[in-house]
Write a protein that binds this ligand. Structure first.
Ligand SMILES: [Zn+2]
Ligand SMILES: [Zn+2]
Length: 262
């Protein structure tokens, strides 16, 4: 490299940023950052030199909580420079789905990452934390591109002894639904938000749903098959009912907001 180049060259000494169009860079980033599998985010609380603990987000697809080659590739790209960071995060967030251990973790993550969060499309969450539910739904409001939030069935199961109150969920969700509706209308995209929330059934169907049906008398010849046969069926029926209720609540909220805006 010569020393006679212009000042501009000295400020942004990168051909990739200077001469390659943004769309082409996005394409290149997507080769590195787009995954088939969802990306697992976890946080650790390592001590720094002063002995204070600071939250550190790690990609943890192998469950080891150790920085692996995956993490190194992704974060190395994000750390390269400001332009890279902004553009690569946009690609990272818009082309992948992200798994978080809890709704509380999602809220913390969104607080920390700032602007690029708007690109997030799909969240998969393992625990619904009641005590922070309102903050959780509120923290999703800037995610104007959000398409799906997957929650485990058993967390919202209505056959539990003390089920999550769905009308409270509906209330907390309202600002997000309004924002998503407006964003999708503006882009002339499908505005049916009923499938925003997805419920995932674990490999073994929900205990509460199955147990509701379980035959109590072990002398009955049907007893042995009951749990697997009827229990699974009962769980599937309960699951469909829950999905229907949540879709219904979203539809009702949307109808209300549309009437308000008229
Ligand atoms: Zn259930
Ligand atoms: Zn049975």
């Amino acid at each position: 490299m010569g020393t006679t180049h212009s000042v501009a060259r000295a400020i942004t000494p990168c051909i990739f940023v200077d001469r390659v169009p943004t769309e082409v860079r996005a394409q290149i980033f997507s080769y590195v950052l787009a995954r088939e599998e969802p990306i697992y985010f976890r946080y650790t609380l390592p001590k720094n030199a002063e002995g204070q603990r600071k939250r550190k987000w790690v990609i943890d697809n192998d469950g080891s909580l150790l920085p692996g080659p995956d993490l190194d590739n992704t974060t190395a790209l994000l750390r390269t420079c400001k332009t890279f960071r902004a553009e690569a995060s946009e690609v990272l967030f818009s082309t992948n789905s992200f798994v978080f251990p809890s709704t509380t973790a999602v809220t913390k993550f969104l607080e920390e990452i700032g602007a690029p969060k708007h690109a997030i499309k799909a969240l998969i969450i393992e625990r619904y934390v009641l005590s922070t539910a309102e903050q959780f739904w509120h923290s999703l409001v800037p995610l104007v591109n959000l398409r799906t939030i997957t929650l485990p069935h058993y967390e919202l199961c209505q056959t539990r002894a003390r089920p999550v109150k769905l009308h409270a969920v509906q209330q907390y969700m309202e600002p997000l639904l309004e924002v998503l509706h407006a964003a999708r209308t503006a882009r002339e995209k499908d505005v049916d938000l009923r499938s925003l929330i997805r419920l995932k059934v674990s490999k073994i169907p929900c205990w509460w749903c199955r147990n509701d049906h379980r035959l109590k008398d072990f002398r009955d010849p049907h007893y042995d098959q009951c749990t697997t046969a009827c229990g699974t069926q009962a769980a599937a029926a309960e699951h469909a009912k829950l999905v229907g209720r949540i879709e219904g609540l979203i539809a009702a909220t949307m109808k209300e907001t549309q009437e308000k805006s008229r």
